[in-house]
Design a protein around this ligand. Sequence first.
Ligand SMILES: Cc1cc2nc3c(=O)[nH]c(=O)nc-3n(C[C@H](O)[C@H](O)[C@H](O)COP(=O)(O)O)c2cc1C
Length: 151
Amino acid sequence: MNVKLAYYSKTGHSRKIAEAVGKALSIKPLNIEDNPSVFGADLLFIVGGIYNGLSASEMIRFGEKLKPAMAQRVAIITSSAFRKDTQNRLSMILKSNYIEVLGECMVRGAFTVISMGHPNNQDYSTAIDFAKKTMEELEGTSASDDEERGE
Ligand SMILES: Cc1cc2nc3c(=O)[nH]c(=O)nc-3n(C[C@H](O)[C@H](O)[C@H](O)COP(=O)(O)O)c2cc1C
């Protein structure tokens, strides 16, 4: 399975989370600001923060350019101070581009004194566990599809 990982990070939390997930899965984190190529991904993890209740515009523009030939499926990892607002707009854009969205994992970031000290090791583990589980479920699905086809 071709798995890729892209992140957008204004203040560094999502970069650190992406690096932790990348290390755990042996995937190189790609910075969305470098306009990375993600052609041919069966699964793309997108990691990013929430700013004033919304996804970053850079993240939205990246999502708008994605096509199924670049990434068939996306799983989102969101870092935010309150873990309340989601990357809902990004999900909608991806779905309208015919990309399957497998889910969103909420990880604690920080904002001034709110949630200070996050993301911490527990937060990195939350993101890594989500990424591993997403991959396992996908591998399970494709194995049972193969069985059904008698492959
Ligand atoms: C300008 C700004 C606005 C933010 N607005 C929110 C917000 O509305 N809700 C929230 O939960 N966190 C908010 N945060 C906290 C960020 O979502 C959190 O720190 C996240 O981990 C940032 O990711 P990054 O370091 O990768 O940029 C905001 C942070 C900044 C810098």
